[in-house]
Each structure stands twice: as C-alpha cells, then as structure tokens.
Design a protein around this ligand. Structure first.
Ligand SMILES: [Cu+2]
Length: 403
C-alpha cells in the first residue's frame, strides 16, 4: 500500500510511513519541490549511533539474565482521560506490583479553538491531550502494551522519563500502524515524570507538539510526606497537561486545515522553528478546563495538581490560592512550602498540593500572563463552601469619593 507524506510530495510504503529519517529528508525536499514557496531550511541531521554501538546494546539485552518476577503481584490499571486520575492507593499495601496499562497511539482531528476554528491532527495516547496519567509506587513495575491502530498514518513510540535505559524505552517501542509492543520498566525514582513520543529527529518535537505526551506519578510506598516526615494526603487529583501548538497559517492569517495526520509536517516545522507557539493550552484545547469544564472542589478539600509540560518551561499560579506543598523535582526531595508560583521545567511533570480555604472561582494559569490570556493557558477551579471573612472581606464596596 502506498501513502503520501504530503499530497503530491513523496510516496512511501506503509511500513515506512512518516519514519523520522524519511520525513526529515522530505521536509528538506519540500522547498525544492514547491516552486512557488521559498526554499525551506533543511533539518540538521544528527549522526545516528554507529551500528557497532546499536549491536552492542542489542547483544547486551539478549545476554542479560532473566528478571525474577516472583515477588510481584500483577494488577491492571484502567487509565482514564485527563483531568482525572486512575484509581490508586496513596500508601502502597502489600509487596511490589506489576502495573499493567494499555495505550493506543490514536491520531485524531481535534479542534484547538472553537472561536477561530483552529484545529490539529492530534497525535495522542488513548485519544487525549495530554495522554492519561499513570500511577504506581516506587519499586513497582509498569508494563505497557502500546498499540498503534491499523488506520494510523504514523509510526509512534514512547519515552518514559521515569524509566531507565534504551532512551526511556523509546528504543524498544517503535510501532508502525497495526503493530503492538509490550515494555516493562521498574519505577526506581519517586516523583512525577513526563512521557512522550520520540520517533527520531525532527519527528520528536513534531509528535510532542501535536499532543503526544503525558505523565507518570511514582508515589513513595509510604505516600507523600512533608519535610519533617509527616504524612500528606490528598482528596483528589487535578491532572493538567500544558500543550504548546504551532499551527500553520495561510497568507491571510487563517489556520490551515489538512486532510490527514502528517500532512502538516513541513508547514509545522516552519512554524515550530519560530519557537513561538500559536497556542499554549491546558488539556488540549482552549477552554478545556474552564466554563462547564471547570475543575471542581470544596472548601477543606486537598487537591494535588499535577502539571505536565513536555516541551517548554511553565510557571503555574493559582490565583487566589497557593501551593501549600510543591514538588518541582522528585518526591524524595522535601516539598517547597507556601509557594505563590511554581516552576515546571520543560520536559517535566510536577505536583503542587493545596487545601482550598475559600469558595469561589480560582483561575489556575501559566503566570506568563500573555500565554494565559492570549494563548489559552488557563483553567478554573470552582470551589463550593462557606466564605471566611477573617481571610478576606470587602470592607467597602467600590464607591465614588469626593475630590
Ligand atoms: Cu508519536
């Protein structure tokens, strides 16, 4: 079967659909092929590891001693769409587990902003941006079945920042349309970690900036603690994925549309080179967590806000509230306390815990306020409960005063 990377551009076999190396070449060719458009900048080609190193790594895996899994209990984790979290224990009971999860690399046309009609052929894990939150405990293993649907256009894989070896599993999980693979890795570090697709070369940011990223939370077996070792527990999780999009526009400034996933590749590379996103949104689209979709909480409820950003730095701020405890790096480092704005290193997931004390609407924003208000990086918490006049009171409502 023959498909086309871009209409009229470059036929390729199904097995080679949109492989990174093929596409990197295709992008460079586009400029030469399209007479009416300026020549595109070529994609710098990083030298691939030599065959000798690749063979040595493969040989090391073949010769490795089989792992003893006898001490582990197998459990299935049903993944759910963000902003929700799968069922889990905060404190591990029993011995270590093998947490089985399944993700499909679904490609789907998604509206990014209903007002402008901006859309993208999103590349996803299980159809959502970000991909689902996976939760396990330190010492557990995650066993992922990764399936690439038959009707996909592209090759996908997954790099778990929480894992060790083989490019985070990226080197062992390349799946073409109609293929599946199973990867098992041990969670040796406690914290929140990002995961993302990483097919190779310029395909890595292309897939990540089309939504193909998510988070794993590896809890300490005894649960979260403050700096003094006192237990910290949450009532709910709000899982927020910040997504930067670089959507190509036509000469009139309208967002372009494409017939199939991958068709925007060359245009997207041009847009990504600007390092200036057209959108920076929470959970895939403008307004995904505001209005009717706002996050909900009650006064007295403790929420663990997990923030994932696989590509850029961010600085979340809860307007009207705080981060009581903030883990910017790992769960083995004591949390920061009473933080106004916290930092998300690009390529990171992190967690902030807050107990709501007042009812009302709280905006949770990237406190680069241009990104929050002009690019879409805003969510709302709607909190129910009784107002506390000691914490805040409007002593005098706005009124005229004499000059
Ligand atoms: Cu991918």
């Amino acid at each position: 079967m023959t498909r086309h990377i871009n209409p009229g551009l470059m036929p390729t076999s199904r097995r080679n659909i949109l492989r990174g190396s093929v596409l990197a070449g295709a992008a460079a060719m586009t400029g030469a092929a399209a007479l009416a458009t300026p020549r595109r900048q070529p994609v710098p080609q990083t030298k691939a590891p030599t065959a000798r190193f690749i063979q040595a790594e493969a040989q090391a895996q073949v010769q490795a001693a089989p792992v003893d899994l006898s001490g582990y209990t197998r459990v299935k984790q049903e993944l759910v769409a963000p902003p929700f979290a799968p069922k889990h224990e905060q404190v591990a009971t029993g011995g270590p587990k093998i947490v089985e999860v399944t993700m499909d690399t679904t490609e789907r046309l998604m509206v990014v902003d209903e007002d402008t009609g901006a859309s993208i052929w999103a590349l996803t894990y299980n159809g959502s941006v970000p991909g689902p939150l996976i939760i396990c405990h330190e010492g557990d293993m995650v066993e992922l079945t990764l399936r690439n649907p038959h009707d996909s256009m592209m090759e996908h894989n997954i790099d778990f920042h929480a894992s060790t070896g083989a490019l985070g599993g990226g080197g062992l999980t390349h799946v073409y349309p109609g293929e599946e693979t199973v990867l098992r890795w041990k969670a040796t570090k406690a914290g929140c970690f990002t995961y993302h697709c990483a097919p190779g070369g310029a395909m890595i940011p292309y897939h990540v900036c089309h939504g193909m990223n998510g988070a794993v939370m590896v809890l300490p077996r005894e649960g979260l603690k403050d700096a003094e070792g006192n237990p910290l527990r949450y009532d709910s999780i709000a899982y927020i994925g910040e997504q930067d999009y670089y959507l190509p526009m036509d000469e009139m400034g309208d967002y372009k549309t494409y017939a199939a996933a991958g068709d925007d590749y060359a245009d997207s590379l041009d847009a990504m080179r600007t390092l200036t996103p057209t959108h920076s949104v929470f959970n895939g689209a403008v307004g995904a967590l505001t209005g009717e979709n706002a996050l909900r909480a009650k006064v007295g409820e403790t929420v663990l806000m997990i923030h994932n950003q696989a590509n850029r730095d961010s600085r979340p701020h809860l307007i009207g509230g705080h981060g009581d405890y903030v883990w910017e790096t790992s769960f083995t480092t004591p949390p920061l306390k009473d933080v106004e704005t916290w930092f998300v290193r690009g390529g990171t997931a992190m967690a902030a815990m807050y107990t709501f004390e007042q009812p009302g609407v709280y905006a949770y924003v990237n406190h680069n306020l241009i990104e929050a208000t002009l690019l879409g990086a805003a969510a709302h918490f709607v909190v129910e409960g009784d107002w506390d006049n000691e914490l805040m009171e409007q002593v005098v409502a706005p009124r005229s005063f004499s000059a």
